[in-house]
Design a protein around this ligand. Sequence first.
Ligand SMILES: C=C(O[C@@H]1C=C(C(=O)O)C=C[C@H]1O)C(=O)O
Length: 385
Amino acid sequence: MNVLQMYEPHSALFASPMGTLLTYGSKKRQFFTNASGLLAQQARQLLRAHPEVEYMVGLLPFNTNQPAQLLIPEQAHYTKGYSYAKNTTYASTAIQHIQARPTAAVFEKQVEQALAALQQTPPLQKLVMARHLDLQLSQALDRTALLDALWQKNPKGYTYAIPLDNSTDPATFLGASPELLLRKQANRVYLNPLAGTALRDLADPEQDQRIAQQLQASAKDRHEHAIVIENILEALSPFCDHLTAAATPSLVSTATLWHLSTEIHGELKSPYADALTLALAVHPTPAVCGHPTLLARDLIESIESEHRGFFAGAVGWMNQAGDGEWAVAIRCAHYQNQQLRLSAGAGIVIGSDAQAERIETGNKLRTMLNALQIPDEQIQQGITQ
Ligand SMILES: C=C(O[C@@H]1C=C(C(=O)O)C=C[C@H]1O)C(=O)O
């Protein structure tokens, strides 16, 4: 099945190496916060009220005190296995205007503020700072072309598009995340957090390998990564009989970046918690927030000048059995009315350098900028603005 040929602007798409979910229409679209801790229960009720539909699609915001979107589609089709088939020859997206929010200079100041908070606030060990690029398009977004490019350039990742309303050119949250938040199937849960990043050198394979080895040997990146793994194991252990994580991180690559990665496997305690309950227990991980979580989230919201919305949230699905797959909502764009907001963050620990972190966010923004086929000068101008 060529999934993208069947995709339309009101479809939700969630493609992973395990399988692809494609939906049509919306029977019920609800926005609930998790402020009272009831979101997973509300999702289960919604599924139970629509037994004729097997899947619910979900989009969690970074801060789950803000509303998450739960969508019961009219129809849902799940195809097992990897299902990408090249669809369109995509043209570049004409951009009228690019605006960095905040600018590179202000972002570096915010990283300095984060570093000061890390020095002054003893329990605080890590803060992820984010920035955004606002793109004004000349016409409505060609979602199929963008998804085709994202999927083609990121074949090992999680390509997604979630419509946010029923209008003719619906607001849409879309992207290609390299990071699985969790997959839950029957009594098994699998997570694959990433943290620690280096820019690849695609022109020189030997240098590219050296960069990867340096990343694996970097004490700063190993520390940043270890915080994520410890935090996830702690959050998940009440739900599990067995929980194991590789002792040392391995390397994974995207089209442009190296990341440190750890695979975590768990066997759930009976009765098994559902996929959304588990996702909410670990989200936001210190890969996108910091540690300790709530202190980091408050500081992020006081230092960052923009709301993150669904960026650094989670995107995925849950079925009637409570199984599901959720990715960390990064390498993404929020589209609305010919405007695209691209977002990226970088983990700050004591020893981080503000300029290097700003450059890292620029490298992460390239996933979307490259897929949009924006000319390189315009990309440079946008990410250094
Ligand atoms: C926050 C982002 O990425 C996360 C942060 C990383 C890091 O700080 O090294 C690496 C991968 C992701 O977990 C992003 O892409 O915006």
